[in-house]
Design a protein. Structure first.
Length: 222
């Protein structure tokens, strides 16, 4: 069994936005809060933007992991790093100059992260690993919460883990979509170490217990 540490990042996409500060406090035992930013162009959904992220940053008891599902991240992503996000993820499919953007995010003080849709090939981006602090492999089509985990991404997770280990780079391997106590074991076994969970956390009666359960399940699968 691997001794890889695992991180749980609950997604506020599944939270009650009318009580967001209390919803953030409820996940204080997690490693970070995952904040989805969607522009209704890159994905067919519209969520919170920079002003709300700045508000979340002010009241969150844990670091912000911002996931930008937007067009033109080259232009907009640095502002989220400047707002204090601990990590900013842009999509490879949307970035024009991903290496430049990753370096800019790091220069501001944020961790640089890049996401790939389920069917986007991993291999063209492996040379970028030294420029990244995290690689996000989507395990659903981005845009909406509550979708079922796509097992077809598991081989990609395995290839990504092998490439990260071979590179020697310190890169977290995150998955996002359909994460439950069952699917997190399979993803951890494939090599993922950072897990975004929305409805399986915020839909639970005991949020803190749900986070602990996911962390234990990931450890069992690692």
């Amino acid at each position: 069994m691997s001794t890889r540490a695992c991180a749980i990042h609950p997604s506020i996409l599944s939270a009650d936005f009318m009580n967001l500060e209390s919803e953030l406090k409820a996940i204080s035992t997690a490693d970070a809060v995952h904040v989805d930013v969607m522009d209704n162009h890159f994905v067919p959904n519209l969520t919170l933007g920079l002003p709300l992220v700045q508000g979340v940053q002010r009241v969150s008891p844990i670091p912000l992991d911002v996931h930008l599902m937007i067009e033109d991240p080259d232009r907009w992503a640095p502002a989220y790093a400047q707002a204090g996000a601990a990590s900013v993820t842009f999509h490879a499919e949307a970035a024009v100059a991903p290496v430049k953007l990753a370096r800019e995010l790091r220069s501001i003080g944020s961790r640089s992260a890049m996401a790939l849709r389920p069917v986007t090939a991993l291999e063209p981006y492996l040379d970028m690993l030294p420029e990244l602090d995290m690689l996000l492999l989507m395990t659903v089509e981005p845009g909406f919460g509550g979708q079922a985990f796509l097992d077809l991404v598991l081989p990609k997770i395995r290839r990504a883990r092998a490439a990260i280990d071979a590179s020697g780079a310190s890169v977290a391997l995150q998955i996002d979509g359909g994460v439950t106590a069952d699917t997190i074991r399979r993803a951890a076994d494939a090599g993922a170490d950072t897990f975004v969970a929305g409805s399986s956390v915020y839909g639970a009666g005991d949020v803190e217990a749900a986070i602990a359960g996911l962390r234990a399940a990931a450890g069992a699968g690692a």
